[in-house]
Design a protein around this ligand. Structure first.
Ligand SMILES: C[C@](O)(CO)[C@H](O)COP(=O)(O)OP(=O)(O)OC[C@H]1O[C@@H](n2ccc(N)nc2=O)[C@H](O)[C@@H]1O
Ligand SMILES: Nc1ncnc2c1ncn2[C@@H]1O[C@H](COP(=O)(O)OP(=O)(O)OP(=O)(O)O)[C@@H](O)[C@H]1O
Length: 300
């Protein structure tokens, strides 16, 4: 085989409970991940050396050198296998860049799956998971897909069964937000009010709503501890979230470190209607609909 293409979804965080800052610079989390139907595609072609090219949505904002997470994933996999391998990666982006939807992590997960196949390594999922955790906190979930709760820095995963399909609307913003800066702002805001940071706990009502496939209950439980920091760094998000609520979203939340805002709808038709209203309200660069949960990286 000299070419493998993998399709990989974005994520939204249904609950992001941020605990205390650890000595290693990360925070302990309860992170309820949910993979949604916005996909990047990564094609790996056998070649000597390693290179990456990025096409599509905001491609100019993604590095095409060793900073690209997909190339880092390929290098880490080759190192793990103890051999020198070559690959040329082409990434077709649809997941918003630096949008809080783990686009870079998705590309890294897709590159692991594609290169494992291309190089005929046949490494088991556990090995890929280990490599993924070293690449970034969101990469293990990007490899898993579906719905799962992440603890530790988000890399220790327990899959969850969702009792149905949920329909989403995403409001994309102009420009991204740095994940590290949003976490730092969250710490600063907590310190400023002398908040004692509690150990993060999963929300039982949220997990019940997920199990039951109850969109109304899930909408009411969506929660993100990074949201106040993201809104402070990007004031316009307050208006975007308000617009979604005013137009009938069951729930409105910033996705991860933002600036993408996620709105839960009652049905596919309701999502289409809500998307139309949000476009009309002029509160986003673009508005797209999607559903979840969807499976993780898939060879196409
Ligand atoms: C905001 C989320 O996307 C929610 O899923 C993730 O927590 C971020 O995951 P990620 O982008 O894979 O982040 P990483 O590449 O692992 O870390 C980037 C930076 O985010 C901060 N970070 C990340 C994860 C975590 N549990 N605590 C943190 O404080 C740290 O400053 C870290 O240096
Ligand atoms: N393959 C990639 N796709 C997108 N960004 C990448 C990639 N590789 C490296 N990057 C860099 O990583 C930064 C963050 O990109 P990404 O799209 O993963 O952010 P994010 O969706 O906010 O991440 P998260 O939700 O995991 O915090 C970008 O600004 C870009 O410079």
């Amino acid at each position: 085989m000299n070419s493998v293409t993998v399709r990989v979804p974005a994520k939204v965080n249904l609950q992001l409970a941020v605990g205390p800052l650890r000595d290693d610079g990360f925070h302990d989390l309860v992170n309820v991940f949910h993979a949604v139907s916005i996909f990047d595609e990564v094609t790996a072609v056998a070649e000597t050396g390693m290179r990456v090219r990025v096409e599509g949505e905001s491609a100019d904002q993604v590095p095409e050198d060793a900073d690209n997470l997909a190339i880092q994933a390929a290098l880490a996999l080759a190192r793990h296998a103890g051999r020198t391998y070559g690959v040329s990666l082409v990434i077709r982006k649809s997941i918003p860049v630096a949008g809080g939807m783990a686009g870079g992590s998705a590309d890294a997960a897709a590159a692991l799956v594609a290169c494992n196949e291309l190089w005929g390594l046949g490494l088991p999922a556990e090995d890929l998971m280990e490599i993924a955790a070293d690449l970034g906190s969101d990469v293990p979930f990007a490899l898993l897909g579906g719905t799962a709760v992440g603890t530790g820095r988000g890399e220790q995963l327990t899959p969850l069964r969702a009792g149905g399909t949920f329909h989403w609307v995403f409001a994309l913003a102009d420009g991204g937000l740095s994940t590290a800066k949003v976490y730092a702002e969250c710490d600063r805001m907590r310190e400023a009010v002398g908040e004692k940071v509690a150990w993060p706990r999963a929300s039982d009502p949220l997990l019940a709503a997920l199990r039951e496939g109850n969109a109304k209950a899930l909408g009411a439980e969506l929660a993100n501890d990074l949201q106040p920091a993201a809104v402070l760094l990007r004031r316009s998000l307050a208006r975007t979230l308000d617009a979604g609520r005013e137009h009938g979203a069951l729930g409105a939340v910033v996705s991860g470190s933002g600036p993408t805002c996620a709105f839960l709808a009652e049905s596919e038709a309701h999502a289409a209607e809500l998307a139309l209203s949000l476009r009309g309200a002029g509160v986003a660069r673009d508005v797209i609909t999607a559903h979840g949960p969807v499976p993780g990286p898939t060879v196409v």
